[in-house]
Design a protein around this ligand. Structure first.
Ligand SMILES: [Zn+2]
Length: 501
């Protein structure tokens, strides 16, 4: 079985190298719906719609009216930046079959120019003819892929969120093109509710272009499309985000990127969002200085088929983090503590700076700082049997050396959130174990207005941590001894502690 998997993986890798994805072999069975919003952008509703789509990881296609886009270019740009597809719904919404070829072309050219200027790019835009009014002559004159719909909730007519929602759920099926209008607040409310319901049933909300690509249907100019129901081609996977890989060699920090084989990877190194005008196309390994933020996307088509973005910091010490950036107040200390293996990430390339720390996690960090000496014996606490093997040695070491203490009731409570007072005490005891003399330190603890909240047995050690500048006040003359500590705060404090040795 294992061998077969390896062979299959190698086969897939070869196919990906030549740019072909075996659709049936890798079909992920995604049920797809392409939401489309006509007649906007609406200065009263579209921002709320974009917020809701972002929160749900959903994408859609906007068929925009040129004269509306002219009034709200910021919304057009934002929609595109957030991964939605931008398309044309003509300049002023005429019935196209009553227009001459020249008038049709003029409607589209004028709108395209407005959309280009709003987004700041030079794209070609697909079309939905207003009222679904079209004939072969209109399609030919438009000379771009055109779209009808397969789901119509009559949202413009009812303007009732409950009824639009019910219709949406009733009509929804894999491969649908849903017609809605973000010019109505009720349609936005209904759409977001419908997304929640259908996502829970396994539906993915993608742009029209992505849905058709994943169904193996190529879109042609002068043709009109009604749906992308599942067919013989199956469903290709979604577009994968680029992966960032870092190696250190004699020339420095060498970065390689890999992305979806159906497109190309584009990236920036100056912290800006990758766009066609400022991103570099990835063609091979490159070197970066420490403190570089790489932002990368896999792109099949800039308007409509892009992956989510990968944002990765290459740190001075060669860590890769998605959630730690140069300029963060904890950047240097987190980089140091992670590079020394004292606090590891919570997942690959993820540090989780704002996540709180437990007693066991701090014991483990200090144990690693001490070089993980050999331990023996057993933990003698009432809850010892529940201690996970990942932290058992660290807790044994911490307890044997008096760095961590149990509670009066005989329990150790390793999973309990650490308090700032405990943190200070454990760090002081670590310093004493390392040979630091703390006997001559002045009393700074009494200077904090909430010093009375500190347990008597912890006062001396906590005072030392404060006097040495490891634990600092939180402002307003307070120490907040019973407050918790995040991983970032802990990294900063461990870094200060190590500087005292
Ligand atoms: Zn319309």
């Amino acid at each position: 079985m294992k061998k077969f998997r390896k062979l299959a993986a190698a086969f897939l890798a070869v196919l990906m190298l030549v740019g072909v994805l075996p659709i049936s072999a890798s079909a992920d069975g995604d049920k797809l719906i392409a939401l489309t919003f006509d007649d906007g952008p609406s200065s009263s509703n579209t921002a709320r719609l974009l917020d809701g789509l972002k929160a749900r990881g959903a994408h859609c296609k906007f068929f925009l009216v040129g004269q509306m886009a002219e009034r709200s270019p910021g919304l057009v740009k934002r929609a595109w930046q957030e991964g939605h597809e931008i398309a044309s719904h003509t300049y002023d919404h005429p019935a196209m079959t009553s227009k001459t070829d020249a008038q049709i072309r003029q409607q589209l050219q004028k709108t395209d120019a407005i959309l280009d200027s709003a987004i700041g790019q030079n794209f070609s835009y697909m079309l939905r003819p207003p009222y679904g009014d079209y004939n072969q002559r209109v399609l030919k004159a438009a000379n771009t892929p055109c779209f009808f719909w397969s789901m119509d909730t009559y949202d413009w007519k009812s303007q009732n969120a409950d009824s639009v929602y019910r219709e949406f759920i009733k009509q929804a099926r894999d491969g649908s093109i849903a017609l809605l209008h973000d010019t109505h607040s009720t349609s936005v409310t209904a759409a977001l509710r419908a997304i929640d319901t259908l996502q829970a049933q396994g539906y993915k909300f993608v742009t029209l272009s992505e849905m058709f690509m994943r169904r193996g249907i190529s879109l042609e100019n002068g043709k009109i499309y009604f749906n992308a129901y599942p067919g013989k081609n199956g469903t290709a996977p979604g577009i994968a985000k680029p992966a960032v890989n870092l190696e250190k060699d004699e020339n420095g920090k060498r970065v390689t990127l890999s992305g979806d084989a159906r497109g190309s990877v584009y990236y920036t190194l100056d912290g800006s969002m990758p766009t066609p005008s400022n991103a570099k196309k990835y063609t091979g390994a490159f070197y970066v200085p420490g403190g570089t933020v790489i932002r990368a996307v896999s792109v099949v088509k800039w308007n409509g088929i892009r992956s989510d973005e990968t944002s990765m910091t290459v740190t001075a010490r060669g860590n890769l983090f998605t959630d730690v950036k140069p300029g963060d107040w904890f950047y240097n200390d987190v980089d140091r503590i992670a590079a020394e293996g004292i606090l590891n990430g919570t997942a690959k390339n993820v540090f989780s700076p704002n996540v709180g720390l437990t007693r066991a996690m701090l014991a483990t960090a200090l144990y690693r700082a001490a070089g993980q000496p050999e331990v023996s014996g057993e933990l003698e606490f009432s809850d010892a049997s529940a201690v996970g093997s990942w932290c058992r040695d660290a807790l044994l070491w911490a307890c044997e050396n008096g760095i961590m203490k149990g509670y009066e009731d005989g329990a150790l409570r390793p999973g309990r959130s650490i308090s700032r007072a405990e943190l200070g005490c454990m760090m002081t005891r670590y310093l004493v174990l390392s040979g630091k003399d703390i006997s001559e330190l002045e009393d700074v603890l009494s200077g904090f207005s909430d010093a009375g909240a500190v347990n008597e047995s912890m006062r001396e050690a906590l005072n030392a941590a404060c006097a040495l500048g490891i634990v600092k006040g939180i402002g307003g003359g307070r120490l907040d001894p019973n407050g918790g500590a995040t991983r970032a705060q802990t990294a900063v404090m461990i870094s200060r502690m190590l500087d005292k040795i």
